[in-house]
Design a protein around this ligand. Structure first.
Ligand code: GUN
Ligand code: ZN
Length: 428
C-alpha cells in the first residue's frame, strides 16, 4: 500500500553539536510510504499524486519515531516505587515483580501493554531487558513481531545475588539465550541482545558464557549496566577483586565492542573512559532513572569529548516516564547541573538519529531518508493549555522543539507510525 503523510517534516543528517548543517525542515513536507518503507521525503508539492491516499497532519511536526535504547519490559509495574537507591530498589521491588514473568500468560498480557505504552509515547524502537525467564522474551518478541516493531531484546542472564525465582545458572542462561537468539534474531524486525544483567548478578562462569555467546554471534548487541551507583561499584569490586575497575569485568570476558550498550556510566574512571572510546563501547544516559534512584549526574559532554558515543534512554522502571520528551527534559536538567547545555535540536537529534547511531542502525531507523523504515512520530507542541499558551510566544522551530522537550509527554504525540501503520487512537 502506498500513502503520503503530510505535515511539517523534520529529520537530521548530522549532530547539531558538530555542525550547523544538521537538519532538514520542510514547512509543507510529505513522506511517501510503500510497504512500510520510506520511498521519498520532500516537499508536498513535489510528491503529491492523483489517487494517492493522503493523511494531513499539518500543522503538526513529523519526525522519525523515537528510539529508547535502554528499558526494562518486566518493570511496567515497578515504575514509581518509593524511597530506595539501586541495590535496595532491585531487591525490594524489582526482583519480586520480575519473578511474576515466569508465567507466560502474565508476560503476554504485559507485553501488549508495554508496546502500547511505547507507541503512545512516540517510541517506535527499543532495546529492552526482559526477565530471566525465556517466557518473558518470547512474549515480548511475539508481540513486537505482530506489530512489526523494530525491537532489540534479550532475557537477562543472572545466576547469583537475587531471589531464586529470578535466577538461572551459567549453563541455563547460555542455553536459553542461545535458543531465543536462534529463533528471534533477524526474524522480521526483531534482533536479539545478549543480556548479562550486571556484574553483581552474574558469576564469573556466567560472564564467561555471555562472552562465548557474544563471540559466537558478533552481529548481536550486548546490553548490561555499569557504574550506576557507588554501592554497586563497591560491591562489584568485592565480587571481582582482580578486575582493574568495573569495565574490566566486561573487558575480561571479551564484551567490549561497538555492539556493547552500557547503561548508566555515571561514575567512570579515566581508564574506563579511555577503553570505552578505544573499543567503541556505547554509554547510555538514563536521566530520569539517575535522578529518581539518586545515582548521580552523567557527564554527557565529557564522554563526548573523549570520543564515546552515547545514547539517551528512559530506563523504565528505574526511570519515571516512558516519554522520550520527558527523558530529554530531565537530561537537559542533569546537564545544567553539570554546567552543560543541551539545545533542542541536539536533543531531538539524540532521541532519533543519535540513538540509531549508538545502535549502529542509522541506515534503517532514526531518519526519514529514502529506503529507511517508515517509523514516525507526529508531535503537537500546543497539546495542553499550558503548552498552547507558551507556544503563542514561540517564533522559531528551535523554540517549538524546546517547548516539546520540556513540557511534552504522550499528550503531545498526535500519532505514531510503525512501518507505515498508525498506532494511536482513531487512526490506529
Ligand atoms: N542494574 C541492574 N539491574 C538494573 C535495573 O533493573 N535497573 C537499573 N536502573 N539498574 C540496574
Ligand atoms: Zn536498566
Amino acid at each position: 500500500m502506498r500513502q503520503l503523510i503530510r505535515g511539517r517534516v523534520l529529520d537530521f543528517h548530522a549532530d547539531p553539536a558538530d555542525t550547523e548543517d544538521n537538519h532538514r525542515y520542510l514547512e509543507d513536507g510529505a513522506i511517501l510510504i510503500e510497504d512500510g518503507v520510506i520511498r521519498a521525503t520532500g516537499d508536498y508539492a513535489d510528491l503529491r499524486e492523483d489517487g494517492l491516499t493522503e493523511i494531513d497532519h499539518r500543522p503538526y511536526l513529523i519526525l522519525p519515531g523515537f528510539i529508547d535504547p535502554h528499558i526494562h519490559f518486566p518493570q511496567v509495574q515497578v515504575i514509581a516505587s518509593w524511597g530506595a537507591q539501586l541495590l535496595d530498589w532491585l531487591n525490594t521491588y524489582t526482583f519480586p515483580e520480575e519473578a511474576r514473568f515466569a508465567d507466560p500468560a502474565h508476560a503476554q498480557a504485559m507485553a501488549g501493554r508495554f508496546l502500547d505504552l511505547l507507541t503512545a509515547h512516540g517510541t517506535t524502537s527499543a532495546v529492552a531487558f526482559c526477565s530471566v525467564h525465556p517466557e518473558s522474551a518470547e512474549a515480548l518478541f511475539a508481540a513486537s513481531d505482530a506489530r512489526n516493531m523494530a525491537m532489540i531484546a534479550g532475557k537477562v542472564m543472572m545466576d547469583r545475588n537475587a531471589i531464586a525465582a529470578v535466577q538461572d545458572t551459567a549453563q541455563q542462561g547460555y542455553d536459553d539465550s542461545k535458543r531465543l537468539l536462534e529463533k528471534w534474531h533477524g526474524r522480521g524486525r526483531q534482533r536479539y541482545a545478549i543480556t548479562p544483567r550486571f556484574a553483581i548478578t552474574s558469576s564469573p562462569e556466567q560472564m564467561h558464557a555471555a562472552g562465548t555467546l557474544a563471540a559466537e554471534h558478533p552481529d548481536c548487541h550486548v546490553q548490561t549496566h555499569m557504574s550506576e551507583n557507588l554501592d554497586e561499584i563497591a560491591l562489584t569490586k568485592q565480587l571481582y577483586p582482580t578486575a582493574r575497575d568495573y569495565l574490566d569485568v566486561y573487558e575480561k570476558y571479551g564484551l567490549l565492542s561497538e555492539n556493547l550498550l552500557l547503561g548508566h556510566c555515571v561514575h567512570l574512571q579515566p581508564r574506563e573512559i579511555k577503553r570505552m572510546a578505544e573499543t567503541g563501547s556505547r554509554a547510555v544516559f538514563c536521566p530520569t532513572s539517575n535522578l529518581f534512584l539518586g545515582s548521580g549526574l552523567f557527564d554527557a559532554e565529557g564522554l563526548r569529548a573523549a570520543g564515546i558515543t552515547s545514547g539517551i534512554a528512559t530506563d523504565v522502571g528505574g526511570g519515571t516516564s516512558y516519554s522520550m520528551l520527558q527523558t530529554l527534559n530531565e537530561g537537559y536538567k542533569v546537564m545544567q547541573l553539570r554546567g552543560q547545555k543541551l539545545t533542542s535540536l541536539a536533543a531531538f537529534h539524540w532521541a532519533t538519529r543519535g540513538n540509531a547511531i549508538a545502535l549502529g542502525m542509522d541506515d534503517q531507523i532514526g531518519t526519514l531518508a529514502k529506503g529507511s523504515d517508515a517509523d514516525l512520530v507526529v508531535l503537537n507542541a500546543s497539546a495542553t493549555p499550558a503548552m498552547a499558551l507558551r507556544m503563542e510566544r514561540a517564533q522559531t522551530l528551535a523554540e517549538e522543539l524546546f517547548i516539546l522537550q520540556i513540557m511534552g509527554d504522550d499528550r503531545a504525540v498526535a500519532q505514531t507510525y510503525v512501518a507505515g501503520r498508525p498506532m494511536k487512537g482513531d487512526g490506529a
